[in-house]
Ligand binder design. Structure first.
Ligand code: PMP
Length: 425
């Protein structure tokens, strides 16, 4: 029995089946864009711990910052006795946040927690309760964020009743037959049928839907939502948990549209593999929550703050935002060549800004008909050949590429060759 299967058997006996594993391999070591499993097999990592590793596994600068922090203290709880790194990181995020006017920041630990708190802040700032989100959107697995998530399976089934005052409208995507006009018509209907605009606290959306299938919000959608929010004094919140920190070829995904949201939620690649999240927003909005209303024991851990300060340095020093565009272009060129071959599984809809690239596996060449079964087989074939991939999408037929932006050209090429071979298998 391999060490992987031995560990898998122990995992099945000891761990809840409600937590899924995309791949039955136990990781023993990781370096930049490569993983090694418990049996010593090497993989190229195109999953990046679900978009957490824009700066790669164990970036030396991040490791050094964490090692240095460990020699001082590991925890005090910011709300008991504060420390400088929390404030310094807030200052740096405030300076780069694409919001209008002065910004303020508050830290948490997970993406879902950031989204929950953005809603709390929006309710405090507006005195309203309603929240509008989009079908296909993903915001987390806690009660409120599960309700905000626009996909039933596997996230919501058996877990109801869901919190009230959350409303979904369709997200524009041509293969689903939904246009930007359809989305606005749905909001108009919502205002007539379910909730009047004066009771809506926030509209929350991802600049590029991540779990929903790497679907970019059109600029007209974001601009129209900004205008609608201004008209009805609703807060616009962009969930940048997956799109943040250079992934899309800009620091934040919303920057592609030029639209300035009132708050943004961030996490994942913020701290290079350490758990940290934040809500950054217009200072007057963020300060609507009263003292003691926000926080959490581990929120803004000093270890994670040290890591995040190093991550921001690495993104600047290694020009990772430019690198995202180079990596994305290389991935798209290769995928377009694969799409032209007629001896691979049919792929369609190669898309995504920067290095947030995804594509669909479809039943027949030229169609949009999803093929989730073949998608699963491609994931398995790729893993067997040494590439860790993730799927996503409303129909589980999108393959998303989240390679670290620090990947070398050689390892990137290696991963793309395995991907091509898995699609041909
Ligand atoms: N929002 C978005 C856009 C996400 O992609 C995710 C995680 N995939 C979350 C929120 C939730 O983050 P977490 O899993 O850290 O709670």
């Amino acid at each position: 029995m391999s060490r992987n299967s031995e560990l898998m058997a122990r995992r099945e006996a000891a761990v809840a089946r409600g937590v899924n594993n995309a791949h039955p391999i136990f990781i023993a070591h990781a370096e930049n864009a490569e993983l090694w499993d418990a049996d010593g097999k090497r993989y190229v990592d195109f999953a990046g711990g679900v978009a957490v590793l824009n700066t790669g596994h164990r970036h030396p600068k991040v490791m050094a910052a964490v090692a240095e922090q460990l020699t001082h203290f590991t925890h005090t709880s910011f709300q008991v006795t504060p420390y400088e790194s929390y404030v310094a990181l807030a200052e740096r995020l405030n300076a780069i946040a694409p919001v209008e006017g002065p910004a303020k920041t508050v830290f948490f630990t997970t993406g879902a927690e950031a989204v929950e708190n953005a809603v709390k802040i929006a309710r405090a700032a507006t005195g309203r309760s309603g929240v509008i989100t989009f079908s296909g959107g993903y915001h987390g697995r806690t009660m409120l964020t599960m309700a905000m998530t626009g996909k039933v399976l596997p996230y919501k089934r058996k877990f109801g009743p869901l919190p009230a005052e959350i409303f979904h409208v369709p997200f524009p995507h041509a293969p689903f037959g939904v246009t930007v006009e359809d989305s606005f018509r749905a909001i108009e209907m919502l205002f007539r049928a379910d909730i009047e605009p004066s009771r809506v606290a926030a509209i929350v959306l991802e600049p590029v839907q991540g779990e929903g299938g790497f679907i970019q919000a059109p600029t007209e959608l974001l601009q129209g939502l900004r205008a609608l929010c201004d008209l009805h004094v609703i807060l616009l919140v962009v969930d940048e948990v997956q799109t943040g920190f250079g992934r899309t070829g800009k620091m934040f995904g919303v920057e592609h549209s030029g639209v300035k949201p009132d708050m943004i939620t961030i996490s994942k690649s913020l701290a290079g593999g350490f758990p940290l999240s934040a809500v950054v927003g217009r200072a007057a909005v963020i300060d609507a929550a009263e003292p003691g209303g926000l926080g959490g024991t581990f929120s803004g851990s000093p270890i994670a703050c040290a890591a995040a300060l190093a991550v921001l340095d690495v993104i600047a020093e290694e020009k990772l935002i430019d690198r995202a565009n180079v990596i994305g272009a290389a991935m798209k060129t290769r995928l377009e060549a694969i799409a032209r071959r007629n001896d691979t599984v049919p792929i369609a809809g190669i898309r995504g800004p920067g290095a947030m690239v995804g594509f669909d596996i479809v039943k027949t060449r030229g169609s949009d008909e999803p093929d989730p079964e073949t998608t699963k087989k491609v994931l398995t074939a790729a893993r067997e050949q040494g590439l860790v991939l993730l799927s996503c999408g409303m129909f589980a037929n999108t393959i998303r590429l989240l390679v670290p932006l620090t990947v070398s050209d050689a390892v990137l090429a290696d991963g793309l060759t395995i991907l091509e071979s898995a699609l041909a298998a």
